[in-house]
Design a binder for this molecule. Structure first.
Ligand SMILES: Cc1cc2nc3c(=O)[nH]c(=O)nc-3n(C[C@H](O)[C@H](O)[C@H](O)COP(=O)(O)OP(=O)(O)OC[C@H]3O[C@@H](n4cnc5c(N)ncnc54)[C@H](O)[C@@H]3O)c2cc1C
Length: 413
């Protein structure tokens, strides 16, 4: 089976990222993003789509197509992509730095862009008080609104449901979102010239994937709290990395450290990822202007997660990104400090196999006759060489085993 030819196939073959651009393009009366029985945000098809419209959506869909940058100003690193610069960075505003997922760079950039008048709005997500496990797309027009959306939401969200509305309004806006969301916007920009005119900056993260809803439910259950009794669920933030914090409706409060939540194998949950995240060829956000992962502390040659004042890395990928970083530092919105490539590589070693294994995964899907996204500009030959035959073989077999077991199947509802 080649690349998906229908939006329903994107979902059923486990390729949907849940970005919500399809709802934005088709309209809410045709597609509605909702959390399915699988525990992820997926399009719900309310009526058959016009074929031409569905084809246009598929061209933009990051489950069907995902591409790296076409032109490069400097040679790309095999794992981390094009880097015009990489440095530690954090928000100069200590309240933002504390509240944010890491150093608050994404939020500080959003606030700076609004204050400088470079954009009218920031498109990102924010926690939903009435659905504490999920996040909603948010159009922020004030610094306060951007700050309210700080912190990482590792659960379902559909960040792009308002993109077409903002383009139609003629608004100039920036997007703070995951690498797959940024790819969707770049794909859209190949067909819609308004993207280049109206969206001057795309800022992203390094991404470990979106946890299935069951992960949060199990964490709550571990504390003896039923899902419907959770009032607030915060994956991290309010410190760096900050605790996974749960508040129950009856007033009970629970915290787990970052290591307890993500690395303690004795805990009764795993960070349960959908298939699309497992085969992602671009978890480091190569298509963005700036990627802003954690700037983890390093001790004795290994990264550590001890609580501290938050620090990001700012990986600048384009001249627009370089300009934005320079302006934000000059305006006093960001503070920066050097970070070597060796340090970056220690902080984000978990992305090496994920990145270099993407051709082996695609090959396994192709040979198994399974739909897979069309990928370009991710240096597949270089990746295969750098991965080595042993890792390629293990990745290939692992993917084959998973698809044979049906791991790439998802229900539509
Ligand atoms: C699903 C997920 C996986 C991640 N995996 C990694 C990883 O493997 N390695 C790593 O170094 N960092 C990872 N991060 C990024 C890290 O948690 C921080 O978000 C990032 O370093 C930015 O920090 P910050 O302090 O600048 O963010 P903040 O200033 O707190 O801003 C975060 C911004 O991201 C937006 N956002 C939050 N969640 C989502 C979402 N689900 N979809 C779209 N936009 C969202 C918010 O609206 C906000 O604007 C991940 C984040 C997410 C959401």
């Amino acid at each position: 089976m080649p690349h998906p030819q229908a939006l329903s196939a994107v979902v059923e073959r486990g390729l949907c990222t849940g970005c919500g651009l399809c709802q934005s393009m088709a309209g809410g009366e045709a597609i509605d993003m909702a959390v399915t029985s699988f525990g992820q945000m997926r399009p719900q098809f309310k009526r058959p789509l016009d074929r031409a419209l569905e084809a246009r959506i598929l061209e933009a869909c990051p489950g069907a197509t995902i591409e790296g940058p076409e032109t490069q100003e400097v040679p790309a690193h095999p794992v981390y992509g094009v880097m015009l610069s990489h440095e530690r960075a954090w928000a100069a505003d200590e309240a933002v730095r504390f509240r944010a997922a890491a150093g608050g760079v994404m939020t500080a950039l959003g606030v700076h862009l609004l204050r400088s008048g470079e954009v009218e709005a920031i498109l990102h997500v924010r926690a939903v008080p009435e659905r504490p496990f999920h996040a909603d797309a948010q159009i922020s027009r004030t610094p306060e609104e951007v700050i309210a959306g700080a912190q990482s939401r590792y659960g379902p969200a559909a960040p792009l449901v308002h993109v077409m509305r903002l383009l139609d309004e003629g608004a100039r806006f920036a997007v703070l979102a995951k690498p797959c969301d940024i790819s969707a916007i770049r794909n859209l920009g190949k067909r819609d010239p308004r993207v280049a005119r109206q969206i001057p900056y795309l800022v992203t993260i390094f991404c470990g994937g979106i946890a299935n809803d069951s992960t949060a439910t199990k964490i709550a259950a571990f504390h003896g709290v039923e899902r419907e009794d959770v009032k607030l669920f915060r994956w991290r933030g309010n410190g760096w990395p900050g605790p996974t914090h749960i508040e129950a409706r009856d007033g009970r409060v629970f915290d787990l450290s970052y290591e307890q939540t993500y690395f303690d194998k004795s805990k009764p949950w795993t960070y349960n990822l959908p298939f699309r995240c497992k085969i992602c060829p671009d978890a480091v956000g190569e298509a963005a202007d700036i990627a802003v992962p954690d700037g983890w502390m390093i001790e004795e040659g290994t990264r550590i997660f001890r609580e501290a004042a938050g620090v990001n890395l700012a990986v600048v990928r384009t001249t627009a990104g370089a300009r934005l970083m320079a302006d934000a530092v000059k305006a006093g919105a960001l503070v920066t400090a050097p970070c070597s490539l060796a340090e970056l590589s220690i902080m984000h070693a978990d992305h090496v196999r994920r990145k270099l294994g993407h051709p082996a995964r695609a090959l396994a899907l192709w040979l198994a006759g399974q739909a897979h996204p069309r990928t370009r500009h991710f240096r597949p030959w270089q990746a295969m060489r750098a991965n080595g035959w042993r890792h390629n073989w293990a990745t290939f077999r692992g993917t084959l085993r998973r698809v044979r077991a049906g791991a790439n199947r998802e229900p539509l509802r």
